[in-house]
Design a protein. Structure first.
Ligand code: C2O
Ligand code: CU
Length: 475
């Protein structure tokens, strides 16, 4: 993607939404301030990773798969100096943060990408607590292992737990299977095969309930990883019985939604895409590409599988282990991945983060289609190269109606905002990425309070790369 449109946009964007524009300056001033600065260096470069005794050559941040966790507190200023040790230009996108537009890391829209050998410093305030992540926003770079968790703590958060554990989930191929580029070329050339001709009409209603889709994914992966570890050498969470663990689940996968369950345990969901929700107990949840869930779990006595099952794929599942006490008793009576599943309609934002109900000032359709049998993916019948920005005005309540006319999942992500999923006609759970199911129509409401040019795109890497991206723009 890219090309003339994006470049024209870039020039226009830098003029209109530069760091000195009064709107951006006002938005910056309104952000929380703690007075603290967290400084870090980040190097994107080729590296060798060990996968259960098998070494694979790939590209990583600081030699680690996944990239090391970045942790800050709400209101801190993050100053991250990224050096590009890759052969191609790159950027870093801070997924989910309502940051200033010129730090958002979108090539040719918010910045010129960092050339090989060059260094860029990202410097911005973090306005909200929660579980976020970082990754490049250039072509398929994310699929090679370039991503890591970004956790923003809130000292006043009303949750109590003993341990804080990130589980970074990823479908992974580079160095052990076909390259991401080969997968993309295959999709661009051959499309979706048998599923390629299908178009689904949506059922008319806008709904946030979560019937399971029939998505099969575009790409089979030889490996699914938890914190960079394959099932043969699983990541182990060691604790003691009765301890309360906050798991921060991040789906960094390019083309896989995961069904997550912890044998013998129920999970209490306390946050979605970083924003708190009223606690809900479930046996299992499906986490779409780029989504995050924070769950609390009280450790039982024994060793329990953390099942991470690719949704609708035949690939071998990922797995981690929760080990407490002696750690030798296998889990008994596990609810497992077949238990009661979480739906968006189950989730309610806490009072503190709820978007007040208000009639939208503008309602914009966002129609998601597959054309040419899956060789091209569009938003409102345009690819990214052809797109025209969805023009909205500052200070409005905007409703986006995400209308999935395909048989695939589309995890739709809006940069720079955390919208509310409309449920029963009212703004509900706050999210920045919503997994729109096959044939589903889902509405999200947002307030235009962070001026800039913000990407709206499918976080399935292949759909995005083959066109399913556009821009929401306001000054
Ligand atoms: Cu994870 Cu455009 O973003
Ligand atoms: Cu998609």
């Amino acid at each position: 993607a890219g090309g003339a449109t994006a470049l024209a946009l870039a020039r226009d964007g830098v003029d209109r939404i530069g760091p000195r524009s009064p709107e951006v300056a006002a938005a910056e001033r309104a952000r929380a301030r703690s007075g603290r600065t967290v400084s870090r260096r980040l190097t994107a470069a080729p590296g060798t990773v060990d996968l259960a005794g098998r070494s694979a050559r790939t590209t990583v941040y600081d030699g680690a798969l996944p990239g090391r966790e970045i942790r800050a507190a709400v209101g801190d200023r993050l100053r991250i100096t990224m050096t590009n040790g890759l052969d191609d230009p790159t950027t870093v996108h801070w997924h989910g943060l309502a940051l200033r537009n010129d730090m958002d890391g979108v090539p040719d829209v918010t910045m010129t990408p960092t050339a090989p050998g060059a260094t860029t410093t990202y410097d911005f305030a973090v306005p909200h607590a929660g579980t976020y992540w970082y990754h490049p926003h250039v072509e398929l770079q994310r699929d090679g292992g370039l991503s890591g968790p970004l956790v923003v703590e809130d000292p006043d958060e009303p949750l109590s737990y003993d341990e804080d554990v990130v589980l970074h989930l990823d479908d992974w191929t580079d160095g052990v299977g076909r390259s991401p580029q080969a997968n993309l070329e295959d999709l661009a050339r051959n499309g979706m095969g048998d599923m390629g001709g299908m178009e689904m009409s949506s059922d008319g209603g806008v709904d946030a309930t979560h019937p399971l889709g029939t998505d099969t994914g575009d790409v089979a992966y030889p490996l699914h990883l938890v914190n960079g570890r394959p099932p043969a050498d699983p990541y182990v969470v060691s604790t003691r019985p009765g301890r309360r663990i906050r798991f921060r689940l991040v789906n960094a996968g390019g083309d896989t939604a995961y069904r997550v369950a912890i044998g013998g345990h129920r999970m209490t969901v306390v946050a979605s895409d970083g924003f708190p929700v009223e606690p809900v107990e479930v046996d299992a949840l499906v986490i779409g590409m780029a989504e995050r869930y924070d769950v609390l779990v009280t450790a039982g006595d024994g060793a329990f599988p953390i099942d991470v099952v690719p949704e609708g794929k035949e690939d071998p599942p990922a797995r981690a282990v929760l080990r407490s006490a002696s750690g030798v008793t296998p889990a008994a009576g596990a609810a497992g991945p077949a238990g009661r599943l979480l739906t968006y309609a189950d989730l309610r934002p806490t009072e503190a983060v709820a978007l007040r109900a208000r009639k939208p000032d503008a309602t914009l359709p966002v129609v998601l289609r597959m054309v040419r049998g899956g060789r091209t993916w569009t938003i409102n019948d345009k690819t990214y190269d052809e797109h025209e920005p969805l023009d909205v005005l500052s200070g409005q309540r905007v409703r986006l109606v995400l209308d999935n006319r395909t048989t695939m999942f589309h995890p739709m992500h809006l940069h720079g905002h955390t919208y509310a999923v409309v449920s029963g006609g009212r703004p509900g759970v706050r999210k920045d990425t919503v997994n729109v199911l096959p044939g589903q129509r889902l509405a999200v409401d947002l307030d235009t309070d962070n001026p800039g040019q913000w990407l709206l795109h499918c976080h399935n890497l292949y759909h995005g790369a083959l066109g399913m991206m556009t821009v929401v723009s306001y000054v």
